[in-house]
Write a new protein. Structure first.
Length: 224
């Protein structure tokens, strides 16, 4: 039976027969996105598949399948932010928010335009987050810093980084990875506290042989 490339034309007085033929034609030509089962090749760019494991449409780009992201699902949302500002605590044992002055990448995750300590989430879902900060000591006494995340102003349980510095002008980078589930419109903050105000979060300027180091960085990827 030859493939019918054009819809059937109505003829005669038997509209039921024509409607049946039209329904058959539409079912034959409709495009149904194929499912990805794990062994499909992404060698050719521009291949679209539905991946049921992440409930996303994916497209092949440069040898890998990348999610397009849609609806309220976090997959396809991401952000990378940094600060070069020196962050000092004005008072000991008091939470102070880290602000974010630079954006490397942003899609569905962005620094708040008014309160720059807040990172806003457009899409609900689960996100993987990598955080780092460069600490700096300004005296030779032992001093401690606590760093932890807050969501919508509420501390995240079991999440604090605690580090002690003892040498004058000592520097150390601390980091932690985690996963958070948020709702659309939620915001994330990173806050810190110290028991000596001579411990700060402080990057370094560029040298003749190396670029500058940021005071803190955060990278966020939607995973589900």
């Amino acid at each position: 039976m030859a493939y019918q490339s054009q819809p059937p034309r109505p003829y005669g007085t038997n509209w039921y027969h024509w409607a049946t033929q039209l329904n058959t034609y539409l079912n034959r030509i409709r495009t149904q996105l194929q499912h990805r089962y794990g062994n499909e090749s992404a060698e050719t760019d521009g291949v679209f598949l539905y991946d049921p494991n992440i409930d996303q449409v994916v497209v092949s780009v440069n040898g890998v399948f990348r999610p397009l992201g849609f609806g309220s699902n976090a997959v396809g949302s991401y952000g990378a932010f940094y600060t070069n500002v020196e962050h000092d605590a004005g008072t000991i044992n008091t939470a102070t928010a880290i602000t974010w002055e630079g954006t490397g990448y942003s899609n569905g995750v962005a620094v708040d335009g008014t309160t720059t300590s807040r990172i806003n989430f457009t899409n609900a879902g689960t996100y993987a987050i990598d955080f780092s900060a460069e600490l700096h000591s300004e005296n030779s006494s032992a001093k401690k810093i606590w760093i932890w995340p807050r969501i919508n102003g509420t501390d995240v349980p079991n999440s604090t980084i605690v580090t002690t510095l003892t040498s004058n002008d000592d520097r150390i980078v601390v980091s932690r990875a985690g996963m958070f589930t948020v709702s659309a419109g939620d915001y994330l903050e990173a806050v810190f506290a110290v028991d000596d105000v001579d411990l700060d979060i402080h990057g370094t300027a560029a040298t003749a042989f190396a670029p500058a180091s940021p005071s803190a960085t955060i990278s966020i990827f939607g995973v589900a």
